[in-house]
Design a protein around this ligand. Sequence first.
Ligand code: LLP
Length: 431
Amino acid sequence: MRPVTYQKTREGEISVGGVPLRDLAQEFGTPLYVMDYQTLMENIARYRQVLEGWGTAYYAGKAFCCRAMVELVDRQGLGLDVVSGGELFTALTAGLDPGRVLFHGNVKTAAEIRAGLEVGVGHFVVDSLDELHQLDEAARAMGRTAAVLLRLTPGIEAHTHEFVRTGQFDSKFGFAIADGIADQAVAVALRMGNIELKGFHAHIGSQILDTEPLVANAEALLTFSGQVLQRFGFWPEVLDLGGGIGVRYGESDDPPDVTDLMTRVRMALGELTPRGMRPPHIIVEPGRSIVAEAGLTLYTVEAVKTVPGGREYIAVDGGMGDNIRPALYQAQYAAELDQKAGDTPERQVTVAGRYCETGDILIPSIRLPDPARGDLLAMWGTGAYNYAMASSYNRVPRPAVVLVNDGEASLWVDRERWDDLTRRDRPLRPA
Ligand code: LLP
């Protein structure tokens, strides 16, 4: 929930990465996204250690992507999962070897496919027969070969606390194993002159709090591979299990232990690899489980008001523009006020955002110690899908991102400014 470097003094002064929140607000302003280096490193290390020698983690850039994050991913020896030309461009700007990039997405435009081939991305994850044909043709025209993983839907639906295996899985993503379309895609891919089929991919959902469906996904891919071996004599070099491992947004969340989970996957790999075959190299694509708990958002309380009926609102200087998740998914977050001593009496309040929508509520109900105008509110666990999904709705500029480590803060992304918002605007032409 909170970054590993979180500290709070008896007077209630909170610091992260050795930097007091008050200093961050003073130097960089609010709202502010803060990322904790130590938490990022620990989360990355967990994947690296357990996968050593048999798998690779490709960080899912969609969770939080900026140049410095890709540089960090690069230095830590991870690969990168990108889903657009923009994420690919960011990776190249950061100097990442394109061979360590996996190009995802159910839509890749002709320009994106060409760019991917041109720079030589390591793998394309192909989502449809149309894309397969398009990629083959583009590769032929450019005299290249595209290394491909086919995206499959194994019919495992992962919910927070349950999972069901369904014969049919209605999804816009991938080739369903159940209806034979996955078989067909393998047959087509194997016949193509400029496609080199490397293996299979399946991603079954996000913020998954159970280990079972994630292990079942690995088993399903291995079982399918066994059938493909019998039918086509093809055995995958690579199996990519996607991302989706959940994190703690609140005290009661109990996400899977990455080390346990991957150890179970490794056992399944041993058991389900047919005799005489080499176990495929395993790829995982963690996004949220690397960045979510490393991040927090710092807001200033701008107004406190009680409405008829007794509900008390505290309005902060950010909201759905920097964090769309409560409005979009009813996502729940924990938060804390800075500089409130432990004995300050608490009140039940609603944390409201600044955007012109009734639905812009960040936290519907939370107990906070005597909230007042000017207070600093830290919202925990905002490192994933917050900055990445931010907008400039209401023409409110997007916040800056700072990294904290060892008592120092450094800018990762500058705060957007008013003139950034009008930079691409053109004047009305004279009539
Ligand atoms: N791989 C694939 C193919 C994916 O589609 C995703 C996420 C990931 C990896 C990374 O999943 P993670 O480890 O971060 O769960 N905006 C939503 C989450 C959308 C996830 C989309 N795909 C949210 O804010 O909860």
